[in-house]
Design a protein around this ligand. Structure first.
Ligand SMILES: Nc1nc2c(c(=O)[nH]1)N[C@H]1C(S)=C(S)[C@@H](COP(=O)(O)OP(=O)(O)OC[C@H]3O[C@@H](n4cnc5c(=O)[nH]c(N)nc54)[C@H](O)[C@@H]3O)O[C@H]1N2
Ligand SMILES: Nc1nc2c(c(=O)[nH]1)N[C@H]1C(S)=C(S)[C@@H](COP(=O)(O)OP(=O)(O)OC[C@H]3O[C@@H](n4cnc5c(=O)[nH]c(N)nc54)[C@H](O)[C@@H]3O)O[C@H]1N2
Ligand SMILES: [Mo]
Length: 664
C-alpha cells in the first residue's frame, strides 16, 4: 500500500513492482538530496530471522551509505551489551540457559522470568528443586520473589546503590577471589574508590533494605563458585542501566564466578531473535559479528565483499530520532527517511506524543510488517511480510545458540519474506542484491564474521543448535557453551575491567502534582506491542483493553478505588484510561502498567530520559498520578468508543463476529 501524493492522500493497494519502485525512488531522492545520514533503518528482533537482519544492515550500509541502523535492543538490553562489553568484553549471556539448573546461588535482579520467559523460569524452578539458593531483588512480589529464599524488595530505581553495596561487603569482608582478581582483572583501585562509600547502612537508607539482608546477600553470593546473576529490564531500563550492568559483571569477577560450568552473568534477552539481530550488526557501531565500523581493516574487508565505499562514522541510535527531527534546527542534519521493518515505535518508544510528532515530520516513512500496527498510520508505504512459519532462516537464542526455523505454511495473500523485499528495493536502486535462498545469505555472513564462521547450516542441522563463538567449519568445533573459559575475557588483552559509578536517583521523581511512581513491565498473556496477541481472539478473550494498573491496597483505599474501576493515569506528558487492579504484590506509592495496551498505552506517560551510553529509556521510573472517575458508566462508554475508533483506524477486520465481541 502506498500514498501516492503525500501523507494526506489515501493509502492505495498497488502491485509489488509499483510499491518497490515508489520506495526505491524516494530513498534514492532523499539520499541524493540530503545525504546518506538522512536515512535511518530499524531492523526486527521478531519473525524475520538473522538472514533478513543481515540484509537490512547491508541495505543501510552498502546501499544508503550510512551506519544509521538499529533495532529494539536499544530500548531493551542495549545497556547489557554496552556494560558487559566495557567490563568482560562480550555483550551476551556468559552461560547457557540449561546451566541455570545447576547453579548453587541465583541472584535474580530486575527479571521476572515467570511472566517473560516461562521456559527459563522452569530452569529456575528446577534449580530450586536441586537445592539452589535463590535471592530475588525486585520491588514487586513476582513469582520468582515468591519462590525465592530471600526477597530483596528494594525501592525502585536504586539498583546501583544495591550493587555497589554488595561489592563493598565482598571487598571489606575479604570474600573476594583474590587470585582470580589478580590474574584476570584490572581497575580494582578505581573500583574501590567508588564503592568504598557504599556501606550497608548507607545503602539501606537508599534502598529501604535492611543492612543485614545486604550483608547476607553478598556473603551468600560470594560463598559459591556456581553463582549465577540473572537480570532483565529492571536493570537496563534506567538512565543508569549501563552502570548497573558494569557493577554486576564486576561482582561476578570479584568472586571468580566466570569461565566454568554453571556460573557467570545472564542478561536474558527479550524477543525471540533480539540476540540474533545484534549478532547481525543491526546496530549503529558494529558490522555483523560485533566488528567495529571505525576499524579501518574491518571496513576494508566489508568494502571488498560488498563492492562499495562504506562510512566509518558511528550511526545514530533509534531512540535519538526525535532529537534529529523535532529538536533539530539545522535542516541539513535532519532525518528524512525512516525504514521500519518489524518494529512499532508509535507504541513501544517512550513519550508517544513526541514520537508521533517525529514520525509526522519525517519526509518518508516505510513500514514493513506482518500486521497493521500503530506506526503504520504514519507511513507513506506499507510492505507486507511473511511471518514466522512462513519462511526459512536462523534465530539466535538468548544464550548465543543459532537455531534453524522452518517454513511450514504457504503464506496467504501477496506477501514476501522480509529479506526479499529489502533485496528488491536495493536492486531497484541500482545495487543488485540477489539470493536464491537464506542459506546463500547465511554463507556470505559467516564468511565475514570470524566468530560465526563455523556455524554452517549443515552443522546447525546436525547439532540442533550451534552456540557462538564457533570459529571453524570442521566437525570438531561444536561451538561454545559458556564464555571466558579459564578467566580469559573477551577484551582485547583478555583481562576483565572492574567498573562502576556512584548512584544517582532516576531523572523524574515523585512530587506533589504527581505523587506516585510509575513503572512499566510485562504480563504473561500479551506480547510487546500486541499486534500479534491482540489479533488472536483466544488471548483477547482472556484479557482485553483498556488494560490495567497494578496498585497497592492502601493506595486504592485512599483513592476510593475498587478492582475493575476505570481510572485516569497521568504524567507530565499525557494521560490514559485503564482499569484499577489492587494487589498485595506492590508497595504503596508505586504503580505498575504493562506496555501492550492501545488504550491504556503507558508510553503516553513514560519519560524519554536516556542512559548516556546505551541510549536506553528510563521506562521503569517516572512520576504519575491516578484519578478516580466518578461516572463509571460514562467511562465504560468512552473506553468502548475509543476502542472502536482504534480498531477502525488499525483496520482490524470488520467481521460481524468480531464486532459483536467488541460491543459485548
Ligand atoms: N513502557 C515500556 N515500553 C517498552 C518496554 C517496557 O518495558 N516498558 N520494553 C521495551 C522493549 S524491552 C522492547 S524489546 C520493545 C518491543 O517493541 P517492538 O519491537 O516495537 O514490539 P514487538 O511487539 O516485539 O514487535 C514489533 C513489530 O514486529 C512485527 N513483526 C513480527 N514478526 C514479524 C516479521 O516476521 N516480519 C516483520 N516485518 N514484522 C514482524 C509485529 O507485528 C510488530 O508490529 O518495547 C519496549 N517498550
Ligand atoms: N508474555 C510476554 N513475554 C515477554 C514480553 C511480553 O511483552 N510479554 N516481552 C519480551 C521482551 S521484549 C523482554 S525484553 C523480556 C523482558 O523480561 P523482564 O526483564 O522480566 O521484564 P519486565 O517485566 O519489564 O521487568 C522485570 C522486573 O523488573 C522489576 N523492576 C522494576 N523496577 C526495578 C528496580 O528498580 N530494580 C529492580 N531490581 N527491579 C525492578 C519489575 O518489577 C519486573 O518484575 O520479556 C520478553 N517476554
Ligand atoms: Mo525487549
Amino acid at each position: 500500500m502506498i500514498r501516492k501524493n503525500g501523507r494526506q492522500s489515501p493509502l492505495e493497494v498497488v502491485s509489488w513492482d509499483e510499491a518497490i519502485k515508489f520506495v526505491a525512488d524516494n530513498f534514492k531522492r532523499i539520499k541524493e538530496t540530503y545525504g546518506p545520514d538522512s536515512f535511518l533503518a530499524a531492523a526486527s528482533a521478531r519473525g524475520p530471522g538473522n538472514e533478513a537482519g543481515y540484509i537490512t544492515q547491508k541495505f543501510a550500509r552498502a546501499v544508503m551509505g550510512t551506519n544509521n541502523i538499529d533495532h529494539c535492543a536499544r530500548i531493551c538490553h542495549a545497556a547489557s551489551v554496552a556494560g558487559s562489553r566495557q567490563t568482560i568484553g562480550e555483550g551476551a549471556m556468559s552461560l547457557s540457559i540449561p546451566e541455570i539448573e545447576d547453579a548453587e546461588v541465583i541472584f535474580n535482579i530486575g527479571y521476572n522470568a515467570a511472566a517473560s520467559h516461562p521456559i527459563v523460569a522452569r530452569r529456575i524452578v528446577k534449580a530450586k528443586e536441586k537445592g539452589c539458593y535463590i535471592i530475588c531483588a525486585d520491588p514487586r512480589i513476582t513469582e520468582t520473589a515468591r519462590i525465592a529464599d530471600l526477597h530483596l524488595q528494594l525501592k525502585g530505581g536504586t539498583n546501583v546503590a544495591l550493587t555497589n553495596g554488595l561489592a563493598h561487603v565482598i571487598i571489606t569482608e575479604k570474600l573476594m577471589d583474590t587470585e582470580f582478581v589478580k590474574a584476570h582483572t584490572k581497575g580494582f583501585d578505581e573500583f574501590w574508590e567508588v564503592v568504598k562509600d557504599y556501606t550497608p547502612e548507607r545503602v539501606s537508607e537508599i534502598t529501604g533494605l535492611s543492612p543485614q539482608d545486604i550483608i547476607f546477600t553478598a556473603r551468600k553470593y560470594a560463598s559459591s563458585k556456581h553463582s549465577v546473576i540473572l537480570w532483565g529490564m529492571g536493570i537496563t531500563q534506567f538512565s543508569q542501566g549501563v552502570e548497573a550492568v558494569k557493577c554486576l559483571c564486576s561482582i561476578a569477577m570479584l568472586t571468580g564466578n566466570f569461565g566454568r560450568y554453571a556460573c557467570g552473568t545472564g542478561p536474558v534477552r527479550g524477543q525471540n531473535n533480539v540476540q540474533g539481530t545484534c549478532d547481525m550488526g543491526d546496530l549503529p557501531d558494529v558490522y555483523p559479528g560485533y566488528q567495529s565500523v571505525t576499524d579501518p581493516a574491518i571496513q576494508e574487508k566489508f568494502e571488498k565483499a560488498w563492492g562499495v565505499k562504506l562510512s566509518n562514522k558511528v550511526g545514530i541510535q533509534l531512540t535519538r530520532a526525535p532529537e534529529f527531527v523535532v529538536h533539530e534546527k539545522d535542516p541539513a542534519k535532519r532525518l528524512r527517511a525512516y525504514y521500519i521493518t518489524g518494529e512499532d515505535p508509535a507504541q513501544s518508544d517512550p513519550d508517544l506524543e513526541e514520537i508521533r510528532e517525529t514520525l509526522d515530520q519525517i519526509d518518508f516513512v516505510v513500514v514493513q510488517d506482518i500486521f497493521w500496527n500503530k506506526t503504520a498510520e504514519h507511513a507513506d508505504a506499507i510492505l507486507p511480510a511473511t511471518g514466522w512459519g512462513e519462511h526459512e532462516g536462523v534465530y539466535t537464542s538468548s544464550d548465543r545458540g543459532f537455531q534453524r526455523i522452518r517454513k511450514v505454511l504457504e503464506p496467504q495473500g501477496n506477501v514476501l519474506p522480509d529479506w526479499e523485499i529489502t533485496c528488491r528495493i536495493a536492486t531497484a536502486m541500482g545495487y543488485p542484491m540477489r539470493y536464491n535462498n537464506t542459506e546463500e545469505i547465511w554463507n556470505e555472513m559467516i564468511d565475514l564474521c570470524p566468530k560465526f564462521t563455523g556455524a554452517t547450516y549443515e552443522k546447525i542441522e546436525r547439532q540442533g543448535s550451534v552456540q557462538w563463538p564457533c570459529w571453524d567449519k570442521g566437525p570438531e568445533d561444536k561451538g561454545t557453551m559458556f564464555l571466558h573459559k579459564g578467566g580469559k575475557f573477551a577484551t582485547p588483552d583478555g583481562i576483565g575491567i572492574l567498573k562502576t559509578s556512584p548512584y544517582h536517583p532516576p531523572t523524574e521523581v515523585e512530587n506533589s502534582e504527581f505523587p506516585l511512581t510509575l513503572c512499566t513491565v510485562r504480563e504473561v498473556g500479551h506480547y510487546s506491542v500486541r499486534t500479534m496477541t491482540g489479533n488472536c481472539r483466544m488471548l483477547r478473550n482472556l484479557e482485553d483493553e483498556p488494560g490495567w494498573v497494578e496498585m497497592s491496597m492502601r493506595d486504592c483505599k485512599d483513592l476510593g478505588l475498587r478492582e475493575g474501576d476505570i481510572v485516569k493515569v497521568s504524567s507530565k506528558r499525557g494521560s490514559v484510561y485503564t482499569r484499577c487492579k489492587p494487589t498485595e504484590r506492590v508497595k504503596k506509592g508505586a504503580v505498575y502498567m504493562t506496555y501492550q495496551w492501545w488504550i491504556g498505552a503507558c508510553n503516553e506517560l513514560t519519560i524519554a530520559s536516556l542512559d548516556p551510553t546505551s541510549r536506553t529509556p528510563e521506562y521503569k521510573y517516572c512520576a504519575a498520578r491516578v484519578d478516580r472517575i466518578p461516572d463509571q458508566k460514562w467511562a465504560e462508554q468512552e473506553v468502548a468508543r475509543i476502542y472502536q475508533d482504534i480498531r477502525t483506524r488499525m483496520h482490524i477486520e470488520d467481521r460481524a463476529d468480531v464486532k459483536e465481541e467488541v460491543m459485548a
